[in-house]
Design a protein around this ligand. Structure first.
Ligand code: HEC
Ligand code: HEC
Length: 309
């Protein structure tokens, strides 16, 4: 009995070690205790926009704010309104310009075949990582997927993340919708081995106004280490350009990884290693991530986020 229990514990060890390693900074979850912040209920306007939205309107997941219609093509229904009650409007989290927020995903310019495959993987459960995407994938129609995939593929990727190497970062908390924000009480703390991403302008981001993105603070030296890993380090990983293209902007249905949000990249590498992202096409990534530590993933993500998308 003792022997059996011992063998069982041994078998569990690698899984446990990996589970413990999960970097909470890359998988933000709304903090139970929230600092007190005043949220205005008045309509907000934005310079250059004829529109006005209250915060509640901006957060309507079935009728997204349309701040700057000239910035993007006419919004298909699935992007602007989704299909209530289970298919939330894609544009609310991914924004009409497809750049998304750090806790969601940058989808502008994704190849249609890749995009469609991800929806199938979310639906089958082969790809985990976001409860809302699983519900959407289980309820969306093929026609809606096609419409969303065509829309986002048609968008020209724009620079969305500014990467800054530093030893100290502002103190932050994770607000509603898993969004990391600068703590209203102020203060700084050592960055440690983390990437800390906050809005360039909190009001703009919270009102889902697509004019400004994010700043990612990364540890000093991480860009050089990331560049080295991306070029391929014998015994550790494979040169990413072989499959993702010379400038990491994707080839055919292999997705672009340049200029995407940093914690998103860490989440994907981590989940591909842990098996939480195991769609048929991600098999090609298995050998790439097999020997990567969380610090390696952090360095890679710092570097790829710093590139032009
Ligand atoms: C409530 C927020 C939310 C909404 C609304 C939403 N998504 Fe997502 N989406 C996410 C999150 C979060 C992720 C990333 C999960 C992760 O980190 O692995 C994601 C990832 C994706 C990806 C994978 C991107 C990649 O590079 O592999 C696709 C494709 C996608 N979403 C499509 C859609 C479509 C289509 C819609 C609208 C029908 C939609 N999403 C609406 C939150 C959302
Ligand atoms: C042998 C080919 C191959 C190599 C080499 C490779 N990749 Fe990939 N990668 C893929 C494929 C294929 C996918 C899409 C998987 C899917 O469809 O689920 C992918 C997906 C990804 C994703 C997820 C993108 C998203 O939008 O969710 C990331 C991040 C990534 N790769 C990073 C890297 C990095 C970093 C390297 C180098 C260290 C690398 N890849 C090397 C084939 C490769």
């Amino acid at each position: 009995m003792k022997l059996l229990a011992g063998a069982f514990a041994l078998a569990l060890l690698p899984a446990l070690a990996l589970a413990q390693e999960k970097p909470s900074w890359a998988f933000p979850v709304t903090d139970k205790e929230q600092p007190e912040v005043k949220t205005s209920t008045a309509p907000r306007s934005a310079p250059g926009s004829t529109k006005q939205y209250t915060r509640a309107q901006a957060d309507d997941l079935f009728n997204i704010p349309d701040w700057f219609p000239e910035m993007y093509p006419k919004l298909p229904k699935v992007i602007a309104n989704g299909n209530a009650p289970n298919v939330r409007a894609c544009g609310s989290c991914h924004l009409p310009i497809g750049t998304g927020h750090d806790e969601s995903a940058y989808v502008a310019g994704l190849p249609v075949a890749y995009f469609t495959r991800q929806m199938a993987d979310f639906k089958s459960g082969a790809r985990k990582g976001s409860g809302s995407m699983l519900t959407i994938a289980q309820n969306i129609t093929d026609a809606e997927i096609r419409e969303a995939a065509d829309y986002f593929a048609s968008l020209k990727p724009t620079k969305w993340v500014r990467v800054v190497e530093t030893d100290t970062v502002p103190k932050t908390y994770v607000g509603g919708g898993n969004k990391r924000l600068v703590h209203p009480a102020g203060g700084t703390e050592p960055i440690g081995n983390r990437i800390i991403t906050v809005p360039e302008d909190e009001e703009i981001v919270l009102y889902r106004d697509p004019r400004k993105g994010f700043v990612s603070f990364v540890p000093k030296g991480s860009l050089a280490k990331g560049a080295e890993l991306v070029a391929g380090v014998a015994g550790k990983t494979v040169n990413c350009t072989i499959c993702h293209g010379p400038d990491l902007k994707g080839i055919a249905d292999i997705p672009p990884i340049a200029g995407r949000t940093a914690t998103y990249t860490v989440r994907q590498l981590f989940m591909m290693k842990s098996g939480e992202r195991a769609g048929p096409s991600s098999a090609l990534m298995k050998q790439v991530v097999a020997n990567l530590s969380v610090d390696d993933m952090m360095n890679i993500a710092a570097y790829t986020a710093s590139l032009d998308p």
